[in-house]
Ligand binder design. Structure first.
Ligand SMILES: [Zn+2]
Length: 480
């Protein structure tokens, strides 16, 4: 089945972090005492009328512009009807025929790190449903309506993705863009980003689309990647054995690592959409779009290019640093204080990210200014890399300020010429052969002697003084 390829489209749901819900004044924030953040509008009580949240529209337009979409000057809301306990109104207000934005595109790094353009067919606004809990009690299910009416955007792509890996790259990129645009908490544990996946396969080189299967409601990008690759494999197996792929909605079972068809009854997607009679068409003026466009922050790809160009970083390092807006900001503040972009990048990507998770960067005690100062000191050669690493560990746990670091350095460092002189003598007398080689021209051995002295002092010797003492001692040996 090597001549078959996967054909994958995504529907990505991004929860917007507005203060209030999409159509009422209830707080949209995650959590809260169950059913405490509700009102007649989000509960759909008779006579309650929705009023659209302007901030949610602005957030959606930000994403539309970031994904190069055309923002429609007029779009409309529709009722998507279905019966489910977590949906008190019996319908969800969404956009159907007339979405907010259409025809966008986004580049991802696809298979073999080759850039691939993925078309975005539409972005629309809709509201969240509530949440059911089936595992709190043997006999009862529970419902929390706090999430009802929280604003979402749904980003629908064309089936331009070829594998789980590419879908994973796209999902991560959309998440990153949403974080840069500051429109979502990005919190996966709280379901702030989820996706539905459509998968079919076709002969490589064909352009038509075959019957697809759908996996709904994936709230982990890693699971989405696994589920897609499993589906591609499974569909190849079905076709390879002479079968036919049927249009079905599948469920991913993360325990067994396979997809299973949902019950047939739930496959019937008949939402009987009709225009929402309680809301006027949504008008977005060109002036407003232009204003939002002017105020867009620097996006991840732009930042990546700038980091490579201005800071002379490799693309891989720059890519790692722009992974989140907080990490990128942190890096730039470190550079401002250290004056060395490459050394700063290395310290952040190795030492710092070894100690903390990237998502914790905004909460760490070590201020970027202080790390910058440390890197400046390292660069000046005043301290050995071993002391630098020890200091760094102290700084990250205590959040100690840069001014005090120099004191610690001085306290820790051995600058006593007598004491160091003895160690230097000792090192040279233990390494007579190396000394001879050095004296006969192998000057690179100087570093070896330095290393020996640093080793014997646990890295605490003042490198400047050691260098001075070694130079003197070796000159003396030469004279003898
Ligand atoms: Zn409400």
């Amino acid at each position: 089945m090597a001549d078959y390829e996967g054909v994958i489209g995504l529907e990505i749901h991004v929860q917007l972090k507005t203060e209030s819900k999409l159509f009422c004044q209830c707080p949209a924030e995650y959590g809260g005492k169950p059913n405490s953040r509700v009102c007649p509008i989000c509960l759909g009580l008779p006579g309650a009328l929705p009023a659209l949240n302007r901030a949610a529209v602005e957030y959606a337009v930000r994403m539309a512009l970031a994904l190069n979409c055309n923002v429609n000057s007029q779009s409309a809301f529709a009722r998507k009807n279905y019966f489910y306990p977590d949906l008190p109104k019996g319908y969800q207000i969404s956009q159907y025929e007339f979405p907010l934005a259409e025809n966008g595109s986004i580049n991802i790094l696809g298979e073999a790190n080759i850039e691939k353009n993925i078309r975005v067919s539409r972005i629309h606004l809709e509201e969240e449903a509530g949440k059911s809990f089936h595992d709190m009690d043997n006999r009862h299910s529970f419902i929390d309506y706090n999430r009802c009416g929280v604003p979402l955007i749904e980003i629908v792509t064309e089936p331009d993705l070829g594998s789980g890996e590419e879908a994973y790259a796209l999902l991560n990129k959309i998440k990153r863009i949403a974080e840069y645009l500051d429109i979502t908490t990005g919190n996966m544990d709280q379901g702030a980003l989820r996706c539905d996946v459509n998968i079919s396969i076709r002969r490589a080189g064909d352009t038509g689309l075959s019957t697809r299967r759908e996996i709904k409601n994936m709230n982990s990008f890693k699971f989405a990647r696994k589920a897609i690759d499993y589906e591609i494999f499974k569909q190849m197996e079905i076709i390879g054995s002479g079968g036919k792929v049927l249009q079905q909605t599948m469920l991913w079972d993360e325990k067994t690592g396979i997809t299973m068809p949902m019950r047939a009854k739930e496959e019937m997607d008949d939402y009987r959409y009709f225009p929402e009679p309680d809301l006027k068409p949504l008008e977005v003026s060109l002036d407003w779009i232009n204003e939002i466009s002017r105020n867009l922050p620097e996006l991840p790809d732009e930042k990546l290019d700038r980091f490579v160009k201005d800071y002379k970083l490799t693309a891989d390092k720059a890519r790692a640093l722009i992974a989140s807006p907080n990490l990128a900001d942190y890096y730039e503040k470190v550079v401002n204080n250290s004056g060395d972009p490459v050394l700063s990048a290395n310290w952040i990507l190795t030492e710092l990210l070894r100690e903390i998770k990237e998502t914790d960067i905004e909460h760490i005690k070590l201020k970027p200014e202080n790390l910058g100062e440390l890197i400046k000191i390292i660069k000046s050669g005043q301290i050995s890399s071993r002391i630098a690493k020890d200091l760094f560990k102290q700084m990250i746990t205590t959040g100690r300020a840069a001014g005090k670091i120099e004191n610690i350095v001085k306290l820790n460092q051995i600058s006593d010429k007598k004491q160091l002189g003895k160690i230097v003598e000792n090192v040279l007398s233990l390494n007579q052969n190396h000394v001879k080689m050095y004296l006969s021209g192998k000057e690179r051995l100087f570093g070896y002697f330095m290393g020996q002295v640093m080793d014997k002092t646990d890295g605490r010797a003042n490198p400047g003084i050691v260098r001075e003492l070694l130079t003197q001692a070796l000159k003396y040996s030469k004279g003898q």
